[in-house]
Design a protein around this ligand. Structure first.
Ligand SMILES: [Zn+2]
Length: 237
């Protein structure tokens, strides 16, 4: 009876406030979740894997020792992916992280090209930002991937020590030097000789991943892999 009643209430509330597609704002039909079938089919999947070299790997060449990198989607301005990530970051829609993480995690596991990942570690937010937003937008994404890979999700080792926002007025070089100390490890022992998958929402220049990877490399013999929800396609060849 109670379940039935709550179904009715849900149906009524979805009539009053129809659920709309995060991609195109059309009303979702029964069975559609977050995005409509058209937008789902239009999602620009990279189809990159963890065995063949791709454009995400090339971002880090000569900069940082990343074993392998991969992104799930191409980010385009005003595209579906941008709208999805906007809901995730600014509209309290953590379900977007579930949606992408579950899909990507399942894909990675099914492909079978990456295994023996010990820890999945998110690019951290500064605690003030975390408090303001209430969640790290990468958390659910990383947790789903960790579950699929039988790895442990750890957000207590790699930490962001200062807020970079105040540095935007400074010159490029000054910013770079200050950014170097933005990320730190709570301890360097736990990750020694481990395979770590560093996860982020979007890779543009790769600067954030580079800084995080440098911090992670304080751990001896660590092997770093990278996975992101999206990558900016102007970096493609
Ligand atoms: Zn749509």
């Amino acid at each position: 009876m109670c379940a039935k009643l709550s179904n009715i209430v849900n149906d009524i509330s979805s009539i009053l406030v129809p659920k709309v597609c995060f991609g195109c704002n059309t009303h979702l039909l029964g069975g559609e979740h977050l995005i409509c079938t058209t937008c789902r089919n239009d999602l620009p999947l990279t189809d990159y894997t963890f065995n063949v070299e791709n454009t995400v790997d090339r971002i880090f060449y000569g900069r940082i020792n990343v074993k392998k990198a991969n992104s799930f989607l191409f980010f385009t301005e005003n595209g579906i992916v941008q709208r999805l990530l906007h809901h995730l970051k600014y509209k309290n829609q953590e379900v977007v992280g579930d949606f992408i993480g579950e899909w990507f995690g399942n894909t990675i596991r099914t492909n079978g090209f990456i295994n023996a990942i010990d820890y999945v570690i998110p690019v951290p937010l500064h605690y003030k930002k975390l408090r303001k937003r209430g969640y790290n937008q990468v958390a659910r994404f990383g947790q789903h991937i960790a579950r699929h890979l039988n790895a442990e999700y750890r957000d207590d080792i790699l930490l962001k020590t200062s807020n970079s926002r105040t540095q935007t007025t400074k010159g490029r070089l000054g910013r770079w030097f200050e950014n170097k100390s933005l990320y730190t490890l709570s301890n360097t022992i736990e990750l020694a000789a481990k395979n770590v998958l560093l996860v982020d929402d979007i890779i543009t220049t790769g600067a954030t991943i580079e800084l995080c990877a440098k911090a992670l490399q304080e751990s001896k013999n660590i092997k770093i892999y990278v996975a992101s929800m999206a990558v900016v396609p102007f970096l493609q060849n």
